[in-house]
Design a protein around this ligand. Structure first.
Ligand SMILES: O=C[C@H](O)[C@H](O)[C@H](O)COP(=O)(O)O
Length: 227
């Protein structure tokens, strides 16, 4: 028997996989919700679904290989048809905070080049306003202390992400600074301001990028919200 949150994540992931059609190039998200979408995609591929996928992290690529989902790269194709990825927070107007797992940079690249972004989340991630979840900002290691101070001047409490005793390193060799804003009333303004700081590579704010949000509920039902 699965715990209710896992039930919700699984329901959202599996529902999103039902939007995939034969021949599509599919973005594979990262995290514990995307895990269920990838599992479902693996099962569909095993049953004969013909697709190719681009993974948003080394972890998701490893899972895809395990499930024998054919992987491709941007060297082969520059356009994805559909990208299915998790979220840390989703607002009522479908803005999203991502990056809790540190995969935000590849996730944003894949989402940007996809015709359709489907965000999957359990019901608890749906919030009236973004910002309670700390916003992950990927930064270049050189000068990160100065970059972090500038982040603070934007009104957040910045914290360098650690993994145990070590600094957390992303798949791209960068650091993550988690920025607690409390409330992000104007996500686009914050995203632009963050991008103006040298050393900032990408932010976990996905402003008006999601085409659909699939919310999973603890009872195993789902709800699809669209722009
Ligand atoms: O960097 C990680 C990603 O943005 C994840 O998709 C996000 O943190 C949600 O992860 P989970 O589904 O595990 O809560």
């Amino acid at each position: 028997m699965q715990d209710p949150i896992t039930n919700a994540k699984r329901a959202a992931g599996e529902k999103a996989a039902s939007f995939i059609r034969p021949g599509m190039i599919v973005g594979l998200g990262t995290g514990s919700t995307a895990y269920w979408a990838i599992q479902k995609i693996g099962a569909l591929v095993k049953d004969g679904l013909d697709i190719q996928a681009i993974a948003t992290s080394e972890a998701s690529a490893a899972l895809a290989r395990e499930l024998k989902i054919p992987l491709t790269t941007f060297a082969e194709t520059q356009r994805l048809d559909i990208d299915i990825d998790g979220a840390d927070e989703v607002s009522e107007n479908l803005d999203v905070i991502k990056g809790g797992g540190g995969a935000l940079l590849r996730e944003k690249i894949v989402a940007y080049h996809s015709k359709q972004l489907i965000i999957i989340a359990d019901e608890h991630k749906y919030v009236p306003t973004l910002g309670r979840f700390p916003l992950a900002v990927e930064v270049i290691p050189f000068g990160w202390e100065a970059t972090g101070s500038k982040l603070q001047s934007l009104g957040c409490r910045p914290l360098l992400r650690a993994k145990g005793e070590e600094i957390f390193i992303t798949d791209n060799g960068n650091y993550i600074i988690d920025c607690s804003f409390g409330t992000i009333k104007e996500p686009q303004l914050i995203n632009d301001a963050l991008h103006n700081i040298p050393g900032v590579v990408e932010t976990g704010l996905f402003v008006q990028m999601a085409d659909k949000v699939v919310l999973g509920y603890e009872d195993g039902t789902t709800e699809v919200r669209e722009k």
